[in-house]
Design a binder for this molecule. Structure first.
Ligand code: NAD
Length: 264
């Protein structure tokens, strides 16, 4: 696959550490020849992201907290000055108060509902809005979603509602940007142990449940999500947009889950 993304430049948003899905995608994209830029969220994560960026010769495009729209503006201004145009954007950002990622959805507070939607959904629209200006024709934007958008998953709660809105946003943005050949797609990843996932109640049980019931009898890795992302950000998928591509060992295809996970 080396050379698949030769001559292409991409922005990666959402690396927190070397377990992040965004890091799996960044590694795959770099291996395929892309030139990358990273954002990070706040000083605490900068210390982690800097050495990872250096490992992939990635450009540091700036501190970006998506609740601060000016910081998103600044990232795209910086990229425009540095590169002029870019070819793809990876949005791997989500947040919800972990106290509400457990128990009943009905308990969701208005504050956390709004915050979850702002960071996990509106940020994707805000990023696409700014990316439109500097994306080359036939460019690609991807985001990360989860099966909890389609079906009720225990503890996923407001994040499931946010992911449903994110997936709808993928389709609306695909129409808005399609005229220039720019594609907007999502990867629906199976559960992976990351910083964000550690906030979800009973996450270890969810991992085990997936392992026992997915057709491939295991969970997926960030490297596997990275490989699938290569297809979506490269010219291999110029005919694909508005799509939710499942990278979940086939879990979403199984109607009747047959095996309960043993106690863990
Ligand atoms: P992660 O913790 O490594 O990444 C989450 C990222 O979101 C972090 O880099 C964090 O800095 C960023 N973020 C949160 N709030 C932000 C804000 N206000 N401004 C800017 N950035 C902010 O975890 P991950 O699992 O790699 O998550 C990446 C994406 O993948 C998320 O959208 C998540 O919902 C999605 N996803 C994860 C799984 C899983 O099981 N891990 C499954 C499907 C989808």
């Amino acid at each position: 696959l080396s050379g698949l993304l030769a001559g292409k430049r991409g922005l990666i948003m959402g690396v927190a550490n070397n377990r992040s899905i965004a890091w799996g995608i960044a590694k795959a994209a770099r291996d395929a020849g892309a030139e990358l830029a990273f954002t990070w969220q706040g000083d605490a994560l900068k210390k982690r992201v800097e050495p990872l960026a250096a490992e992939l010769d990635a450009f540091l495009a700036g501190d970006c907290d998506v609740t601060d729209l000016a910081s998103i503006d600044a990232v795209f201004d910086t990229l425009e000055k540095k590169w002029g145009k870019i070819d793809f954007v990876v949005h791997a950002i989500a947040f919800s108060d972990k106290d509400e990622l457990t128990g009943r959805f009905i308990e969701t507070s208005r504050d956390n509902f709004t915050k979850t939607m702002d960071i996990s959904v509106y940020s994707f629209v805000a990023v696409a809005q700014r990316a439109e200006r500097i994306l080359n024709d036939n460019g690609s934007i991807i985001t990360l979603t989860y099966y909890g958008a389609e079906k009720v998953m225990p503890h996923y709660n407001v994040m499931g509602v946010a992911k449903a809105a994110l997936e709808a946003s993928v389709r609306y943005l695909a129409v808005d940007l399609g005229g220039r050949g720019i594609r907007v797609n999502a990867i629906s990843a199976g559960p992976i142990k990351t910083l964000a996932a550690s906030g979800i109640g009973d996450f270890r049980y969810i991992l085990k449940w997936n392992e026992y019931n997915a057709p491939l009898k295991r969970t997926v890795t960030i490297e596997e999500v990275g490989k699938s992302a290569l297809y979506l950000v490269s010219d291999l998928s110029t005919g694909v947009t508005g799509e939710i591509h499942h990278v979940d060992s086939g879990y979403h295809t199984v109607g009747m889950k047959a095996v309960d996970a043993p106690d863990i």
